[in-house]
Design a protein around this ligand. Structure first.
Ligand code: SF4
Length: 464
């Protein structure tokens, strides 16, 4: 356990940097301290270190001259984190692939730096300590996104959340419940969700908001029956530009459900293997076989869906060679999108409680990137999460012209989101003010069923 003592501004942000090096560090505010921070390691010996921001203070002064208050605050925060990062690099001799960056959207930061008039590549590498490989990745993503990352005023995407799954994966910390266990809530949930969707689309129509893209996520939307999916999708009478359903688990896909999806105009689905190694599927609690992945993919192809496949680097018992096999198998199937996640264990997941630690993940991520580039896929969106193995990232790759617009909109925070369902969050991008406002629905299924109406008004107020 590492303790970070500090009375400096931005303690939480500085602690995020410490967590890059010492995953279980905790923050202790100490008003008696008078410099940036001190660290105590509780391994029998006690060390005190002082991270000095003096070396950066001159640069901070130059950079903050002629900026507004918000920008000055942003820079002070950035340089404080950097001072701590530099100290930890000296102490541990380790460099992080993303340097001092702890934020979840490096592409957004690159964009912002450019708007500040800075050379973002130079800033990433020379100031923030980001590796050249990761900087190039950001550059490639920005190039693939091009015009697609623009905020479209007066438009929004519709998100529909289905918080049910057929079983719980051991790495999952989402609030989704097993559909077998929550059976009695499914019909009332669908009823509440139908009302939510109808009211939201009616509101959008009244406000002349154009709903561009529709996305069913979860959970696993296809853990519902074909009839239930049909009922829900019948509430969506618009013709979106893009219509996506996370089918996710191969064991939830059948001809009846795919027929319903096709009849309602769905163009894109996910069939997520996570791994092509049966022993690993068994360990992580997926109740399907590798053969199911091939079968359901072949079935989806008959319907002409654009398919995304998710893989995860760092799963328990999956070594480097096994992960490479998963990547190679996914590429051999040639889906339009392949998303490579890095295992992130949050509280609430079985693996986190078992203190599982992944290894070799950096090599796995590098392998997937190189293989996917060579096979003609380009990275088109990326995000990072806290507690990710080796502080890496999740990257969505696509074949040319096959990027998922909804993913770009939500991950880059360039699309307004009208969200329906439990634990779904609506978002409004206020570009001129460089701000985002949010309205969250009820977090759990029971509250959503009982009090969903209360949350509708919050959503509508957001869009005024
Ligand atoms: S399918 Fe996804 S949401 Fe469902 S338990 Fe697994 S990781 Fe969690």
């Amino acid at each position: 356990m590492t303790k970070l003592y500090t009375n400096f501004c931005f303690p939480a942000e500085i602690n995020d940097v410490v967590k890059l090096f010492f995953i279980d560090s905790i923050l202790v505010e100490d008003v008696a301290l008078c410099d940036l921070s001190l660290i105590e390691q509780q391994d029998g010996s006690v060390f005190f270190y002082v991270a000095r921001s003096a070396e950066l203070s001159e640069k901070l002064q130059t950079d903050t001259a002629n900026t507004d208050e918000l920008q000055a605050l942003r820079l002070r925060k950035r340089y404080a984190k950097l001072s701590m990062y530099n100290l930890l690099v000296k102490l541990t001799g380790k460099q992080m692939p993303w340097g001092s960056l702890t934020g979840i959207r490096p592409t957004k930061l690159a964009d912002q730096l450019e708007r500040e008039g800075l050379d973002w590549r130079k800033t990433f590498i020379e100031i923030l300590g980001v590796s050249e490989t990761k900087t190039n990745l950001v550059a490639d993503i920005l190039a693939t996104q091009g015009e697609l990352r623009k905020h479209r005023e007066g438009c929004a995407d519709l998100y529909v959340g289905i918080p049910f799954c057929v079983s719980r994966c051991s790495y999952c910390s989402f609030t989704s419940g097993e559909i077998g266990r929550l059976g009695k809530y499914v019909d009332p949930y669908i009823l509440a969700l139908k009302q939510d969707i109808k009211a939201t689309l009616q509101f959008a129509q009244n406000k002349k908001i154009i709903v561009n893209n529709v996305y069913f996520g979860g959970g696993t939307p296809t853990s519902l029956s074909a009839l239930q999916l049909d009922e829900l999708m019948s509430c969506i009478e618009i013709k979106p530009v893009e219509y996506t359903v996370e089918a996710g688990r191969p064991d939830t896909i059948d001809t009846d459900k795919l027929t319903v999806l096709k009849n309602h105009g769905v163009q894109r689905i996910s069939i997520n293997p996570q791994t092509f190694n049966q022993s690993v599927l068994d360990v992580i609690g997926r109740k399907h076989s590798v053969a199911d992945i091939y079968d359901k993919y072949a079935l989806a192809q008959k319907y002409g869906f654009v398919v995304n496949m998710d893989l995860i680097a760092g799963l328990p018992t999956e070594n480097f060679a096994m992960f490479c096999h998963s990547v190679d198998e996914a590429i051999a199937l040639q889906p339009d999108n392949i998303t490579v996640h890095t295992l992130a264990l949050k509280h609430g997941s079985v693996l986190k409680e078992q203190s599982y630690g992944a290894c070799d993940v950096g090599r796995m991520v590098d392998y997937s990137r190189e293989r996917l580039y060579a096979a003609g896929y380009m990275p088109y969106y990326m995000y990072r999460q806290k507690y990710m193995a080796e502080n890496l990232e999740n990257v969505g790759y696509c074949k040319p012209g096959k990027a998922c617009l909804y993913n770009i909109g939500i991950m880059e925070e360039v699309s307004d989101i009208l969200a329906c369902g439990a634990n779904a969050i609506s978002k409004r991008i206020l570009s001129a003010e460089n701000r985002i406002e949010r309205a969250a629905n009820a977090k759990d299924v029971i509250t959503y069923i009982e009090r969903g109406d209360n949350y509708l008004n919050k959503k509508f107020q957001l869009f005024g």
